[in-house]
Design a protein around this ligand. Structure first.
Ligand code: GLP
Length: 241
């Protein structure tokens, strides 16, 4: 495990984008695991800048997103399909057929979860997984629990996540109660993991993930057992280490 501290959130974004860029220079047809939320936005902005400057080419890159809300139309302003389109996909030369986000509107959600895990395996597994972290230590939508779930599954969101994500919706009642999420096993299978955490809201989760027991109550704590994981933190997120 490597932990890198930066003065600002924008430096964290630049560092993460440099690592993704280096990965794509070395292996243009990499399989990237992508995250949503505020944390990776500056990373995506820097990747777009590098792409527009002719440094990074996504034409053979494959992406799989971590998660998606259940029963939220993909064109809804808060869907992760829409987020990815607006924050990254429509600004770079990723091929639409090479980008994947779980279908939270599938009639049979367990079949969708199985299909998604199989699609990742068929693509050769994830080379580099970008992650944010929830205030409760979740990764993807793997919520605090008494166990780590291996594969893609349907998650019931905790009240703390509903409250944290309420800021994007008109009201708390509009936040979906369920989501499809990659499991912790699928995340741990990535060859390399980069977790981005910025801001004081993440300081407790970061301390629990990095310095306290490996415990499914803080799902991110399992990452410490990954052979190639980097935590990129700004000062505020690292304040309780
Ligand atoms: C969301 C996402 C996670 C994300 C986390 C943190 O609920 N499902 O993948 O890492 O919460 O979000 P943010 O970066 O906005 O704080």
């Amino acid at each position: 495990m490597q932990v890198h501290l930066f003065d600002s959130a924008s430096q964290v974004g630049q560092a993460a984008a440099m690592l993704v860029g280096a990965q794509l220079l070395e292996k243009p047809n990499s399989v990237l695991g992508l995250a949503t939320g505020s944390s990776p936005i500056s990373t995506y902005q820097e990747l777009i800048r590098l792409h527009c400057a002719g440094v990074i080419d996504f034409s053979s890159t494959i992406t799989f997103n971590l998660d998606e809300y259940c029963r939220l139309p993909i064109e809804h302003p808060c869907s992760y399909h829409r987020f990815m389109k607006e924050q990254l996909f429509s600004h770079v030369n990723l091929r639409a057929e090479n980008t994947h986000v779980p279908n939270g509107n599938a009639e049979d959600l367990s079949a969708e979860c199985a299909r998604y895990d199989q699609a990742i395996a068929k693509a050769g597994g994830i080379d580099l997984q970008l992650l944010g972290i929830g205030r409760n230590g979740h990764i993807g939508f793997n919520e605090p629990s008494d166990q780590f779930v291996y594969g893609c599954h349907v998650v019931r969101l905790t009240q703390s996540t509903i409250e944290a994500n309420r800021r994007f919706f008109d009201s708390e009642a509009d936040v979906p109660r369920e989501a499809v999420s990659l499991g912790v096993g699928s995340i741990m299978n990535a060859k390399r993991v980069i977790l981005i955490a910025t801001g004081e809201d993440k300081a407790v989760a970061v301390r629990k993930a990095i310095q306290e027991d490996i415990d499914p109550a803080t799902q991110a704590s399992i990452l410490r057992t990954h052979p190639n994981v980097l935590f990129l933190l700004d000062k505020a997120a690292a304040a309780k280490l």
